[in-house]
Design a protein around this ligand. Structure first.
Ligand code: ADP
Length: 539
């Protein structure tokens, strides 16, 4: 090593909370508590509680370096404390997704061998049902409950007691950036869930990624509403990024319905809010019926599924709120791309800008992308050619936790296969056209189910659409569409295909059949589950 090289500075998560304590001691996490009241916790106080919690985890619960510690909770200040206290104790914060089935959840707790699980009292009955007393779990720590709560769980400890017993002089144990800090399992529509294991370093780097100007550009002046759950893809990294830059962080607890969200946005002057399209669709309809001022929002971050263009237009045109379309995956910590316009877009018309904003955006600095054909050749970035999207970077998984590395997920030359199919424009704007498993191949040509769905939801009578492949003797596959109509409305095939024609779709792409469905099947993370539709209608 050459003499005079820069410091060997470990990128560990304690640095984030220490920075906030020093520079933004009075900024805070604001939580809507189970009783509906609002609770405020300053970063100074949170730092002190985190230290005591880390210390008590080690001394009272015997948590060792590298142990997995589960959390089963809504977005709240306790869950924030755990995001720092578990890595601070040298352990791995394993966020359990409350929406998984009992089979998936017991599999995950057992596979990760969680030693301790922290449980939000409002979810205690659910947890008892889903994963009662798993063999690896030595303690259940509960919060948001009365002391006289009845539970079937063994070895119960109360969260506040634990903090009271902790020592603020505790020395952080996450001293090496390569120590694991977080673990998230993907829901996996097929097979068992798979774990993405984050390190202190990858999470630290990802936090800087969220803060980039070309990304969400969070800063001290922001008030961030994290609707995206902490139990799913680390709330898109907002907990760490918001604390690092000293933004106030608003946590909605279990109040994810449009009405309380609208109230919180107005009351606190939220500037950045992040959630999936379904949430923002619900909020839009709520505001139509019962208007409130949400114009303080400078970035309505949306990802997890494609944001329908029509909804972006509605927010920007009617509500004066800028939409920031983002794409990511649990395997990418999760942020990959953000759709920020570039300077050469300035003179575009609004309509043209919305066309750009319907794409998932370009890779934030640190994320590399490429698209590949089935033979493993790299495809051109021309905005037209569709290929399998592959990524690599400092916060992308290298292999799944405790699973053999397989070619179906990782290429021999070190890229992660996302399972998404996309185009990329010459200036890097990536557009998801499908999941590889949802692709429709008709007469040798790929049809993008996502493009058709996004357009159909722009039809005034359509609420949600799922386009899926059905076997066809002549074309090998043809698209069919499951539709949930706006209450009281319906439309037939001619009307809907006529609409697709007006939107520029060639006849070959029009679904052969439309089926009205009360509620489209969804996965535990709220994505359309087309496997169910294929199984049901594929015969
Ligand atoms: P998350 O839902 O938090 O992004 P998941 O790991 O649950 O993370 O799901 C990742 C998958 O979700 C992606 O591979 C992609 O198929 C889909 N997805 C995420 N964001 C978008 C988006 N903006 N548009 C279309 N699909 C998306």
């Amino acid at each position: 090593m050459l003499e005079g090289l820069m410091m060997d500075y470990q990128l560990t998560l304690d640095k984030i909370i220490e920075h906030a304590r020093r520079n933004f001691p009075n900024k805070k996490v604001i939580t809507k508590l189970p009783d509906g009241s609002m609770h405020e916790l300053s970063y100074r106080e949170m730092h002190s509680r985190i230290k005591r919690l880390s210390s008590a985890m080690c001394d009272k619960l015997g948590v060792e370096i590298g142990d997995r510690v589960g959390t089963f909770a809504w977005n709240n200040h306790q869950h924030m404390e755990l995001y720092f206290a578990i890595p601070g104790a040298g352990a791995v914060c394993h966020t359990l997704n409350i929406r998984l089935s009992p089979e998936q959840l017991t599999y995950i707790v057992d596979h990760a061998e969680d030693q301790v699980v922290f449980i939000d009292g409002t979810l205690l009955p659910l947890y008892e049902k889903l994963a009662p007393n798993r063999p690896s779990v030595k303690y259940h720590v509960i919060f948001n409950v009365d002391k006289d709560v009845e539970t079937s769980l063994d070895n119960v400890v109360f969260y506040e007691d634990l903090i009271a017993e902790g020592d603020e002089a505790f020395a952080w144990r996450n001293t090496d950036e390569q120590m694991a800090s977080g673990l998230c399992y993907t829901s996996g529509t097929t097979g068992n869930p798979k774990g993405a294991l984050y390190s202190n370093r990858s999470t630290y780097m990802h936090s800087l990624g969220v803060l980039q100007g070309n990304s969400m550009a969070l800063c001290e002046k922001d008030t961030v509403l994290a609707v995206v759950p902490q139990f799913h893809a680390m709330s898109w990294g907002l907990p760490y990024a918001a604390v690092y830059c000293g933004a106030n962080l608003l946590m909605p607890g279990q109040f994810l319905q449009a009405e309380p969200l609208a109230e919180m946005i107005e009351q606190y002057g939220v500037t950045v809010a992040a959630g999936v399209p379904t949430i923002w669709n619900g909020l839009y309809h709520e505001l139509k019926n019962n208007p409130r001022d949400i114009s303080t929002i400078r970035a309505l971050v949306v990802g997890g599924s494609a944001m329908p263009r029509a909804l972006t237009v509605a927010y920007e045109k009617e509500l004066g709120v800028d939409v920031l379309h983002a794409w990511g995956m649990t395997e990418m910590s999760p942020l990959g791309t953000v759709c920020v316009l570039q300077s050469h877009h300035i003179d575009l018309s609004d309509e043209e800008k919305w066309d750009v904003k319907a794409t998932q955006g370009y890779g934030i600095s640190g994320v590399e992308m490429r698209i590949m054909d089935e033979e493993g050749n790299e495809l051109p970035w021309d905005g037209q050619t569709m290929g399998e999207l592959q990524v690599r970077g400092p916060w992308v998984v290298r292999q799944y936790f405790r699973l053999e590395k397989s070619e179906s997920h990782f290429t021999a030359d070190g890229w992660f296969r996302t399972g998404d199919v996309s185009t990329i424009s010459e200036d890097g704007y990536m557009r998801i056209t499908d999941r590889t498993k949802d692709l429709i191949k008709s007469g040798g040509e790929w049809i993008s189910s996502v493009d058709i769905e996004n357009t159909l939801v722009g039809h005034p009578k359509v609420m949600e659409a799922a386009v899926f492949a059905v076997p066809d003797p002549r074309w090998s596959e043809r698209p069919w569409a499951g539709i949930t109509f706006v209450p009281g409305e319906t439309a037939d095939k001619d009307e809907l295909n006529g609409y697709l024609a007006t939107q520029g779709f060639v006849k070959f792409w029009w679904p052969d059949n439309y089926i009205a469905i009360d509620e489209l099947p969804k996965t535990s993370t709220g994505k359309l589950d087309k496997k169910v539709l294929r199984a049901q209608y594929g015969q």
